[in-house]
Design a binder for this molecule. Sequence first.
Ligand SMILES: *Cc1c(COP(=O)(O)O)cnc(C)c1O
Length: 361
Amino acid sequence: MNKPVPQPGIMEIDLYVGGASGAPGSNVVKLSSNENPFGPSEAAVKAAGVAAHQMHRYPEIDGYSLRAALADKYGLEADKIILGVGSDEILQMICNAYAGPGDEVIYTQHGFAMYRICALGAGATPVEVPECDRVTDVDAILAAVTDATRIVFIANPNNPTSTMIGLAEVTRLADSLPPHVVLVLDGAYAEFVEEYDGGAELARTRPNVIMTRTFSKLYGLGGLRVGWGYAQRDVIDVLNRLRAPFNISTIALEAAKAALADTAHIDKSLAENARLRVWLSEALAAIGVQSDASMTNFILARFHDQEEAEACNDYLKSQGLIVRPVASYNLPHCLRITVGDEPSCRRVAHAIGAFKAGARA
Ligand SMILES: *Cc1c(COP(=O)(O)O)cnc(C)c1O
């Protein structure tokens, strides 16, 4: 060996591709990363500004004050919460803690890209199982479990499909897995579902279930990188050994606490999203573009084939509309479109209508 060689699996990782963006200040509408179209809470921006004056100080070592605020808001226990640099970091800690060479990590056909990346990063073997018409298939997951399985990841609701399975199915999955298998319930979009706790109760009562959540979607803080996990104390203790001390900055902690408390901004974001995701889906259906009922803040628009989806993506780009092609999620004939504010929804529906009527980039 005449040069450094990375661990097995590392070179199999395809770099994560984020949603594209346009030049700042341009008339481009970015609907590619499921961000909050109304931006961050004003209170969060203000809190970040105040906290900036303390940036010479180290932050809380374990983000205690934000964990307490989360516990208070969601009715959980602060010492069973761990914070991550985005929930992505929690997913990574989980893989590093519970899987290694020779172990298998299960995720679904259209599952979030980070599951494979984190599994390979830990040296484990990724195992992709089929979904049933773009919906998580619990039986397919159970059928894929072997003695080597260590972790099962599902996002519920899932990105990029926008679909979810009900709590009864999630519970059946949790109860049917061998007790040594960790079940990760990625709740990045849980806030957008009424009457759904993201799997918190399962994580509270089952020693092998971890719920992950994020401030990047509903709360509009993707740029600050704050996510969290909730599980029983033994699991949190394991993950904390891998967590870098001081991983969440003071600015991020203060902004996240303010965002949690800004119920007016949250309510407005939820109400507009609930209204506009139905509007957009119906507007597209009227011009022959189908989508599943969305449980999230985006819709997955289905075209005839890959060629049409790519042509539509090119046309939208030429109109200053950025959406997300999802060929890498085994959905080459689809485009994922974040539910924007009303003008953005109208603009994208209008442009797709023009494309369907024959317009080309
Ligand atoms: C956006 C997203 C995340 C993670 O986002 P972070 O910004 O890292 O918190 C996790 N899972 C799914 C399914 C997502 O869509």
